[in-house]
Design a binder for this molecule. Structure first.
Ligand SMILES: Nc1ncnc2c1ncn2[C@@H]1O[C@H](COP(=O)(O)OP(=O)(O)O)[C@@H](O)[C@H]1O
Ligand SMILES: C=C(OP(=O)(O)O)C(=O)O
Ligand SMILES: [Ca+2]
Ligand SMILES: [Mn+2]
Length: 664
């Protein structure tokens, strides 16, 4: 509270400035005569800049080259940085080359809006052979924004993409446009001599055929669209944490939202890894803002997601929903991995402190992400995995959580992962505070958060683990007749794995009062490429070999169907999952249910015993019997497609699997 003698004032404890007050006078402030007449604040040094532009140039430290020059430590003769960048741009220009004009665009590194980039140091044009006739498109520059950082992508999104905002917790809120979910009916696969033989075609298959020529028409359409832009985003990244089966992917896109989404979802290369990246194994051309041409053969809407396995390329037209890229690459893995005798899985995966691994299979919204994210266990991944001879590996570098009705109390790990770097799709937020209202479905019910896996505190990095001990099949049964948990034998596990049951609830749609059963083979029919029995046979073999136990967990309704009953409390499902992990449920007492023949425990710690047998929770017993029979009938009908396919050595499993379904 003291002034310091030369008239300067000190702060008192409350932060208010006070001065010594001579008796009877107003406080006077004297200026030391050492000081000049004009009041300068000499305590802060001045910046070493003559102009504002110079000042701004001081702000940004020159980054080390994205790819450090190899050999700096003296092993190799170094590639000059300029030469290395040239090669990288040449590769990108080749990716963007028009196949009819045989030339790629002149690609330049950096943002066209940035002044320092007006005289690009390095640019590259891919020329297969001398161009016969130059077109305007071959004369223009396309700027390449290569593996930008999240901060740079935020700036791009906020500046150029409508609907991009920073939320109160630092996430990037974006809009995916007219499409807020995947469009499986618009996904096409090139059928050629090889894929015609290898893939699953026809009834039930997700692979809708297209020919090579039509693919090239759409590819050219996407490439021309991308080249017509001032700038494109290019991500060079990896899939699969198993180093022996790592796949290099390149994603060319027009939106910062797409680039940041894939930055989060794929494995992020280190600068050293990027240096050796070379030619990608697979390339996505995402021209989602641009529609496909309805005059093009096979096109039935303005959306087309086209996969060409021979060319190792995917083209996206007419949808900006980012999940298409993630799940499109998953389809590719469902082709590449089984060819290497590796099982690809639509499952979450986590590991206990003792190294016990669990897989969580299930269709969208059944709880893979929610239940694999567990404070007591290490997260290996929430959605896509591989099971090899040595164990499991995550395919991705991030998670994609549903966030409708997300609550801090029930899902704190996911809640806390929604921070700077996270992409929040199609959520609604308060205009001023930017606080997200997770209950708001105005844009869509399928609101999503995409974040790097390390945003979950107990993520297991690298995302690999030993062989699974438990295989948990999640079904969200909106009929409310499946038990909250059942222990499955191997044949039952296969039966339910091949069936891939869940129920969609009509939700807010008027007139629709009944839940709709969906069966999706291998809990991911939209993504598998070969016949379901191929994956099922591999799963059976692996489970048998490693002694894994199968479980069926209903994360859906109890006490009645959707409309009269209610969804099983997440806290109870978590207790059930805990009991599976700890091994205590394996030792419980069991009884067998009618019709489905499921083994259900009589007790699970922390769960009211009466809910374990669904019949107890229905007040309308007749309604229960009817609904049970109805669901059993749907299972039977669905399974008919698979009865003529053989599984297991000498098909010994086939008969058992058939017998493992409902009996009535
Ligand atoms: N008993 C329950 N078990 C699992 N999830 C539940 C349960 N009750 C409600 N939910 C909600 O269901 C959703 C499950 O979605 P998510 O875990 O993202 O599914 P997936 O990853 O399989 O697509 C989450 O929003 C979760 O909060
Ligand atoms: C992203 C998806 O997966 P999931 O809902 O299983 O998380 C999807 O199906 O589009
Ligand atoms: Ca002073
Ligand atoms: Mn998920």
């Amino acid at each position: 509270m003291a002034a310091n003698g030369n008239g300067e004032v000190a702060m008192n404890g409350n932060g208010a400035a006070t001065a010594r007050k001579p008796k009877g006078l107003l406080p006077s402030i004297t200026t030391s005569d050492k000081h000049h007449d004009v009041c300068h604040d000499m305590s802060a040094p001045t910046v070493k800049a003559q102009t504002i532009d110079e000042l701004h140039s001081l702000q940004k430290k020159k980054s080390a080259p994205t790819t450090p020059i190899k050999g700096i430590q003296g092993t190799f003769a170094a590639l000059p940085e300029e030469e290395r960048q040239k090669q990288q741009l040449q590769s990108i220009s080749a990716s963007l080359a028009s196949l009819t004009r045989e030339t790629g665009p002149k690609v330049v590194r950096g943002d066209p809006a940035s002044k320092s980039q007006t005289s690009p140091r390095v640019h590259q044009q891919h020329v297969a052979e001398p161009a016969i006739s130059a077109s305007d498109s071959s004369l223009k520059f396309t700027h390449v924004l290569y593996n930008l950082s999240p901060a740079e992508l935020y700036e791009q999104a906020i500046h150029y993409e409508k609907g991009s905002f920073i939320t109160s917790t630092g996430a990037l809120a974006t809009l995916s446009g007219a499409k807020t979910g995947r469009a499986p009916r618009d996904k096409r696969v090139v059928k050629d001599d090889v894929t015609g033989e290898e893939l699953w075609w026809g009834k039930g298959s997700p692979n809708i055929e297209m020919d090579e020529h039509t693919f090239m028409v759409n590819r050219e359409r996407a490439v021309d669209y991308l080249n017509s832009l001032d700038k494109v985003f290019v991500n060079d990244q990896f899939l699969n944490w198993d180093p022996e089966n790592r796949i290099k992917v390149r994603i060319v896109s027009a939106r910062a939202y797409h680039s940041l989404f894939m930055h989060n979802m794929c494995i992020r290369p280190t600068p050293e890894e990027l240096e050796d990246f070379g030619t990608p194994d697979f390339t996505i051309y995402n021209a989602g803002q641009f529609p496909c041409n309805r005059y093009t053969h096979y096109m039935t809407s303005s959306t087309s997601i086209d996969l060409n396995l021979a060319r190792r390329e995917m083209v996206i037209l007419g949808t900006q929903y980012a999940g298409e890229m993630k799940k499109g690459l998953f389809s590719v893995m469902h082709y590449l991995m089984p060819k290497r005798r590796i099982l690809s899985l639509h499952s979450g995966c986590n590991m206990g402190k003792d190294g016990d691994v669990a897989l969580f299979f299930g269709l969208s919204g059944t709880g893979k992400t929610t239940l694999s994210t567990d404070p007591n266990r290490y997260l290996i991944g929430d959605d896509e995995h591989c099971w090899t001879e040595t164990g499991v590996s995550n395919i991705e570098g991030g998670c994609y959580a549903k966030c409708i009705d997300l609550s801090r109390e029930k899902e704190p790990e996911i809640w806390n992962a929604i921070k700077f770097g996270t992409v929040l799709e199609n959520v609604v937020f308060e205009e001023h505070t930017r606080e997200v209202d997770y209950a708001d479905k105005s844009v869509t019910e399928n609101t999503r958060a995409s974040y790097p896996i390390e945003y979950i505190p107990n993520a297991k990095i690298p995302c690999v683990g030993p062989h699974p001990k438990n295989v948990i099949l999640l079904a969200c049964d909106a009929f409310g007749v499946l038990p909250p948990v059942s222990k499955l034998n191997l044949a039952q596990t296969m039966y339910h794995f091949i069936s891939g049951y869940t129920a969609l609830v009509a939700g807010t749609e008027e007139g629709v009062k009944e839940p709709r059963a969906t069966f999706s083979a291998c809990f991911g029919a939209a993504f598998i490429m070969m016949h379901p029995t191929k994956y099922a046979a591999m799963l059976a073999e692996k489970m048998q070999k490693h002694g894994a136990t199968g479980w069926l967990v209903n994360t859906g309704w109890s006490g009645g169907s959707y409309g009269s009953g209610s969804r099983i409390k997440l806290a109870y499902t978590r207790k059930i999952i805990d009991a599976i992990h700890s091994g205590s449920l394996l030792k419980a007492e069991y009884k067998k249910t009618k019709v489905f023949g499921l083994e259900i425990p009589t007790e699970v710690e922390g769960v009211p015993s009466e809910i374990l047998d669904p019949v107890n929770t229905w007040s309308n017993k007749l309604g229960y019997e009817d609904t049970l029979m109805k669901l059993a009938g749907l299972f039977k009908n669905n399974f008919e497609t698979f009865t003529d396919h053989k599984i297991g050595k000498d098909n010994e499993l086939t008969e058992e699997i058939l017998a493992a379904g409902p009996n009535f």
